[in-house]
Design a binder for this molecule. Structure first.
Ligand code: CAA
Length: 283
């Protein structure tokens, strides 16, 4: 099945990046959110990021304009059901995702493929609550979406081969590279990355190093583009904690115990860049 149109649910950090790269690759995009303000902010951000690509001569002004023209925003989830491929990129909460797929269900075309950009929730479980588990997959982008090369493709237990192949074709058309992952908690990237971040928070908690020295050590000592605490602020501390909890619950191993300091920051509402305060102060 050829994918021509893509519905993106959720216009936040990941959703706006997904709409951006899909439109640039030539797909007609319907971007949906429950708040008009979120849609307006997403379009403004996509415009800014496309402008940045034009100024760095990565794309032409014409490509920017046609990409923007391909993005239609909507508060009405039924408009998303008319697309060939849906990428759900809403809040990383399982109850929210189930509700979205439930309300989308009656509006779906028979052949529409459903995917979730979840960073850790079971694809099999999400799929089981829809009318088409064989046409359901994990489609996991990395942040910032326009820059990062990887997409994880995760098959649920029931996902069929044509669905996998159709999603792989989309990843290739985006000019990105797919890593195929099995449906286990947090898949590949976050299974490795988030415990490393959690360990960096323990390193801070136990006083082994301060914020600056921990980040500097990993940047200069392991050639990471960002230090782990800076990266935690970038991803969002609430997201990091949610993923640690999925690993802890799903794999029942104390090695995935979230650091109490990470929990405390989230309880304080210090969620990283998006709230202007995390391990660093952005105010
Ligand atoms: N949109 C478009 N382009 C962007 C962008 C955005 N949002 N953000 C940065 N860029 C571009 C810049 O224009 C620049 O392009 P050129 O190379 O063509 O000049 C390039 O990206 C580098 O940006 P900067 O020079 O501004 O900054 P930098 O060199 O410090 O790089 C970074 C910024 C790409 C974010 C880099 O620090 C990095 O790679 N950090 C690690 C990011 C990472 O690990 N992401 C994965 C997080 S985990 C995840 O996403 C999974 C999950 O589920 C939690």
């Amino acid at each position: 099945m050829e994918i021509k149109s893509v519905g993106v649910i959720g216009a936040g950090q990941m959703g706006n990046g997904i709409a951006h790269v899909m439109a640039l690759a030539g797909y007609d995009v319907r971007l949906n959110d429950v708040r008009q303000e979120a849609l307006d902010q997403a379009v403004a951000l996509i415009t800014r990021n496309l402008d940045r690509q034009v100024s760095r001569e990565k794309i032409s002004a014409h490509e920017r304009d046609t990409a923007l023209a391909r993005i239609k925003t909507t508060l009405d989830i039924s408009a998303v059901g008319e697309t060939d491929l849906v990428v759900e990129a809403a809040t990383e909460r399982e109850d929210v995702k189930h509700k979205i797929f439930e309300s989308l269900g009656p509006h779906l075309r028979p052949n529409t493929i459903l995917t979730s950009n979840t960073s850790s929730i079971s694809i099999t479980r999400l799929a089981s609550r829809t009318d088409r588990p064989e046409k359901f997959m994990g489609f996991h982008f990395m942040n910032p979406v326009p820059v990062m090369q990887l997409v994880e493709l995760i098959r649920g237990i029931a996902t069929d081969q044509p669905t996998y192949q159709a999603c792989l074709t989309v990843v290739n058309r985006l000019g990105k590279t797919a890593a195929s992952a099995e449906d286990f908690p947090a898949f590949i990237v976050n299974r490795i990355l988030i415990p490393m971040i959690n360990e960096a928070v323990y390193t801070l908690y136990e006083g082994v190093g301060n914020v600056k020295s921990i980040d500097m050590a990993m940047k200069l000592g392991a050639n990471h583009p960002m230090g782990p605490l800076e990266l935690a602020d970038f991803i969002g501390l609430d997201t990091c904690l949610a993923i640690m909890n999925v690993l802890h619950d799903g794999l029942a191993d104390t090695k995935y115990r979230p650091c109490p300091l990470l929990t405390k920051y989230v309880e304080a509402g210090w969620l990283g860049r998006k709230t202007q305060r995390g391990f660093y102060d952005y105010r």
